[in-house]
Design a protein around this ligand. Sequence first.
Ligand SMILES: C[S@@+](CC[C@H](N)C(=O)[O-])C[C@H]1O[C@@H](n2cnc3c(N)ncnc32)[C@H](O)[C@@H]1O
Length: 294
Amino acid sequence: MYELVLLAPEAAVEMVSDALVALDALSVSVEDADALTPSEQALFGEPGMPAPKAGWNRSRVVALFQTEAEAREAAALLIVQDFFEGCEVLGVQAVVEQDWVRLTQSQFDPVEITPTFWIVPSWHEPPAAAQQVIRLDPGLAFGTGTHPTTRMCLRWTAQQGAQGQRVLDYGCGSGILAIGAAKHGAREIDAVDIDPAAVEATRLNAAANHAQLNAGLPDRALGEYDLVLANILATPLKVLAPLLCSHVRAGGHLVLAGILARQADELREAYAPWVTLSVSDEEDGWILMTAVKA
Ligand SMILES: C[S@@+](CC[C@H](N)C(=O)[O-])C[C@H]1O[C@@H](n2cnc3c(N)ncnc32)[C@H](O)[C@@H]1O
């Protein structure tokens, strides 16, 4: 396989990417050409909200082709297009053969939640000190334990315990939080997600971990719970405030993640009619907000 590598300004990046797809590129990837330099731009967006910007000031566009001739032909065709003005061909290079399975696996080591609670991919042995272990491989659904928001929720559950509790994992992704609750003694667990692929992943991961839980779409969440965990993002969490609070029993806990530190006040305000949220943990700019319902 061969890569055609281009540089494109923000105004041209979409046209260039579309043209590469039309020219039968096997894949097209776009990244910040200034990544890891002082000019790197962080672009954050949230689902359902408009993209903050069409692209970076300068994007590095990489298109994959089966043969060198196809890559060079695509470059020759692009160069003469009007929309290519301001763009540059950086080169055509052979893609080095890799053992992709081994490479992917090497990027996922066991993740420590607490010294005795670990997330361990199937190709690793659990560390000797691990007393509670979730066996989980990266898949289509979010939640491998490598993201700070997931880790903070799991750490909270490990520290507070869930013995005998009825637990709701709202936005379950891979099911990791629900399985974590099961490993810490929860007795009845519902795990729900709007994405059917996440529901299926949760079922499979729960079975692999011998965790008893009910996975389903959001209407599967019924009644009140001792603990409601929701790691989504600030905007949906604000919309879901009345619903999530209605599922927490009096004296029960609400645990929210997917919130950036600067969003704490807006979350506190959105939940104020039902509970008083406070920041319980912080990692890499993300915060965990929790409350006990009166
Ligand atoms: C950041 S992932 C969290 C996955 C996992 N719970 C974790 O902590 O790693 C958020 C999940 O919430 C789901 N989600 C987003 N909006 C939702 C909504 N309104 N109702 C239910 N699930 C939602 C997404 O499909 C996604 O699987």
